[in-house]
Design a binder for this molecule. Structure first.
Ligand code: ACM
Length: 547
């Protein structure tokens, strides 16, 4: 049965009223909609955030920026450039009225900030450029990606990080990624308040950093004749295509400066004594056997490592001297992982060093090796950090340990008074599958979901409270054996990096998995606006729930 609206059956007064009501509704729907007040959906979740959606401040696309703090000047320029990049145009003023104010608050901790929105606009306070930068990232995360106005609710944010080491790593040895991508990677890190980029620069399959004193490192060591196809180890199948790449020192300086502007410190990794086949291919005299060696073409661990000769130590000190000159941060990563001892067992020279130094075995020889390198780094004002194998045979006196084979190494090091960075492979390896492998591109294995990263707790339960201060923070590692393209790197790192950002920034009492998930819709839009090829974990969860 059809419903027929018979106007002639309605009394005329009522009819007039109805016509008027319909006209009003129609006209109202034609008005431009007032933009919606934006609920803050910041990742990592700030330690404290209060907002009132009933009151708002309209930040239009031509904001005036005003700094009353020298520490904020560079950050203000960063925000100015950011606005330009998204089609807004800000003005920088020295005095007078403004919509975005930067003000000194010397009482705040090094990386802390406050952000308020009220009738005067946005005010970011901090005591350092780091704090100003993080307040600015929180503001940027609240700006819509598709409108030229931000309707910000009145709010007060008080925020500071939980950990001082908030790290992401990138292996450029297995596959090489160009400078522009490395910058994008750092930019995204900064957006989520990471502060440490661990740049894994040397590998069996490629040496990626120009060293002026040893040009063959890049002439020979940065190139491999081919790459294994998928997981065809046995029988081995190579793709027959030469592959290579490296960063010049000029490019490295450029990336370091780019990172510094974003409050990101770069920790360069120069692997020793293992994962050094590319260097041996360039300078065979550094190995225990006469060679020749060939840059690796398959993944895994190679038996050929640096021989502990004076020639090797001289070489490594020369290399590190150039590396130190390029990277102003306090840490140099020397690797130390997965160094098989077979070459040293067979080597007359290595055995002589064991005897000469009164060492028990090859593990103590590795410890001797690392201790020598530490002495050198300390003499240059740097700190040594290495993977947890550097515990074997005795830890160098001031070394910091990156615990990757679970948490035991981290606990042992912290208990003996050393600083540690937690990076256990079960939770912190972003080369692992993040969803059902049947639905995913080829990965190394493992299974580390967005949720498991979110719930990872960097302070091991077994660690006594008095040693907690030694846990500097946590880091996720992006090993690239199976990531040939930058798109795939992004797919593996995002959105898991967002979960990690909250793990290393937000105090446990302010973390909430459900609330995090509810913020992800907005975050996916932000990632999309930055052309990040993220994995949509929400869709995957939906698919699983519908199975
Ligand atoms: C490592 O994954 N070999 C540190």
């Amino acid at each position: 049965m059809r419903f027929i609206f018979r106007t002639n059956s309605i009394p005329s007064l009522m009819r007039n009223f109805l016509v008027l009501a319909i006209a009003i509704i129609f006209l109202a729907s034609c008005q431009p909609k007032s933009p919606k007040v934006i609920t803050p959906q910041i990742v990592p979740q700030p330690q404290s955030i209060d907002y009132n959606l009933k009151k708002h401040f309209n930040l239009n696309s031509r904001p005036i920026l005003l700094s009353e703090s020298d520490d904020a000047k560079e950050v203000m320029l960063f925000l100015h450039d950011y606005f330009k990049s998204v089609g807004w145009s800000s003005e920088l003023h020295e005095s007078g009225n403004a919509q975005i104010h930067f003000k000194e608050n010397s009482g705040l901790a090094k990386e802390a900030y406050s952000l308020t929105v009220n009738h005067e606009g946005v005010t970011i306070k901090a005591s350092t450029s780091k704090g100003f930068f993080y307040g600015t990232q929180s503001l940027i995360q609240m700006l819509p990606t598709d409108k030229h106005i931000a309707v910000l609710p009145y709010m007060t944010i008080n925020d500071a990080p939980r950990f001082e080491w908030r790290g992401l790593h990138l292996d450029v040895g297995r596959h090489f990624f160009p400078v522009d991508f490395v910058k994008k990677y750092i930019d995204l890190m900064a957006f989520y308040k990471f502060n440490t980029f661990h740049w894994h620069l040397t590998e069996d399959q490629g040496w990626r950093i120009e060293i002026k004193k040893y040009p063959k490192l890049t002439e020979i060591g940065s190139q491999r004749k081919e790459t294994i196809v998928e997981k065809n180890f046995n029988p081995y199948v190579g793709d027959g295509k030469p592959y290579g790449g490296f960063y010049t020192q000029g490019e490295i300086r450029d990336v370091v400066a780019y990172a510094a502007k974003r409050q990101v410190t770069i920790v360069p990794e120069i692997e020793m004594p293992g994962h050094s086949l590319a260097a041996l291919a360039a300078y065979p005299e550094l190995g225990c056997a006469p060679g020749p060696y060939e840059v690796g073409t398959r993944w895994g661990v190679y038996d050929d490592i640096y021989c502990p000769s004076e020639k090797t130590f001289e070489f490594l000190e020369d290399v590190l001297t150039e590396v130190i000159d390029l990277f102003p941060g306090e840490y140099i990563h020397i690797g130390g992982d997965e160094a098989p001892k077979t070459a040293w067992e067979k080597s007359k020279l290595a055995q002589q060093v064991i005897k000469r130094e009164g060492l028990k075995d090859e593990f103590e020889l590795q410890s001797y090796f690392i201790k020598r390198m530490e002495k050198f780094l300390v003499s240059k004002g740097k700190k040594l950090i290495g993977w947890d194998e550097i515990l074997e045979g005795g830890l160098a006196p001031d070394a910091t340990v990156m615990s990757w084979r679970g948490v035991a190494g981290g606990i042992e090091a912290a208990e003996s008074g050393h600083d540690v960075v937690m990076s256990p492979n079960a939770d912190m390896y972003f080369d692992h599958y993040q969803a059902d492998p049947a639905t995913q591109p080829l990965a190394i294995g493992g299974f580390t979901t967005l949720e498991s990263v979110y719930h990872y707790e960097p302070i091991p339960e077994a660690l006594d409270e008095k040693h907690h201060k030694h846990v500097l923070g946590a880091q996720a590692n992006v090993w690239t054996e199976y990531m040939k393209t930058s798109d795939y790197v992004e797919y593996m790192a995002y959105p898991r990096a967002l979960a990690l950002s909250e793990t290393v920034w937000t105090k446990p009492e302010n973390k909430d998995w459900n609330a995090f998930q509810s913020r992800m819709g907005h975050q996916y839009r932000l990632l999309g606006a930055r052309n990040v090829n993220y994995f949509d974990a929400a869709k995957d969860t939906l698919a699983q729930n519908n199975e």
